[in-house]
Design a protein around this ligand. Structure first.
Ligand SMILES: CC(C)(COP(=O)(O)OP(=O)(O)OC[C@H]1O[C@@H](n2cnc3c(N)ncnc32)[C@H](O)[C@@H]1OP(=O)(O)O)[C@@H](O)C(=O)NCCC(=O)NCCS
Length: 193
């Protein structure tokens, strides 16, 4: 491992385990990323080839080796069922910035998991890295994802017009930012934010 590597953490929240990806996750990962409904607001089409899952897992390992980010597989604490993933990518030590992304299987939606996981991963990142800013973009139609970011304290900074074209479908994105001085490890954002 190079001196610039960044070891992907294993973290436990009240209900969930966040851990590095491993090869056996490939089947669950492929099932999720090939689901057109899950991917309906994604910035790329659903996967149609199983090898994409292996490439994704290899990219997670490379990210740890070259220190450019940390992407965790998320499983339910009680029974180890794979729920999805959350990642902090594009870590730039000069700018002290990174990007946040996440994806969960439909069966996992609506339980607060995405927020719980991102809060844990951001907490780890603010403690471990000299991180100042985290950015995330979301399709403007993706109300649930926007809500997750707002619950975490992210501020909507603008609209990227016609940011994505996926299978001919043109969409706008919102860009969200969270600064270290605004980060609250466990609290919901203050009312009126
Ligand atoms: C978006 C996603 C991450 C949300 O995951 P989740 O675990 O259900 O999120 P949480 O339960 O933590 O929070 C969702 C919030 O959005 C709200 N919500 C759900 N559907 C919504 C909608 N259509 N419009 C507005 N808010 C909505 C929920 O009520 C909840 O807010 P609340 O706690 O105030 O009630 C999940 O649906 C997903 O993985 N989707 C597919 C991949 C994806 O779109 N990823 C994001 C790309 S930017």
């Amino acid at each position: 491992m190079s001196p610039m590597s960044l070891s992907t953490p294993t973290l436990h929240t009240a209900r969930l385990t966040l851990r590095p990806f491993d090869d056996p996750d490939g089947d669950d990962l492929f099932a999720m990323h090939s689901d057109a409904h899950v991917l309906r607001y994604w910035d790329a089409p659903p996967w149609s080839e199983r090898v994409r899952a292996d490439r994704f897992i290899a990219a997670c390992r490379r990210m740890a080796e070259d220190g450019s980010g940390a992407r965790v597989a998320v499983e339910r604490g009680s029974d180890g069922v794979f729920l999805g993933w959350c990642g902090l990518t594009r870590w730039n030590p000069d700018y002290r910035s990174a990007a946040l992304g996440y994806c969960y299987a439909e069966a996992a939606w609506g339980h607060g998991y995405a927020t719980e996981v991102a809060r844990a991963l951001l907490g780890w990142a603010f403690e471990t890295l000299d991180l100042n800013r985290v950015q995330s973009e979301t399709d403007t139609r993706n109300g649930a994802s926007a809500r997750v970011l707002e619950k975490l304290g992210f501020v909507r900074e603008g609209t990227l017009r016609e940011d994505c074209v996926v299978n001919g479908d043109v969409s706008d994105s919102w860009v969200y930012g969270l600064l270290r001085r605004e980060w609250r490890p466990s609290a919901e954002p203050a009312p009126g934010r």
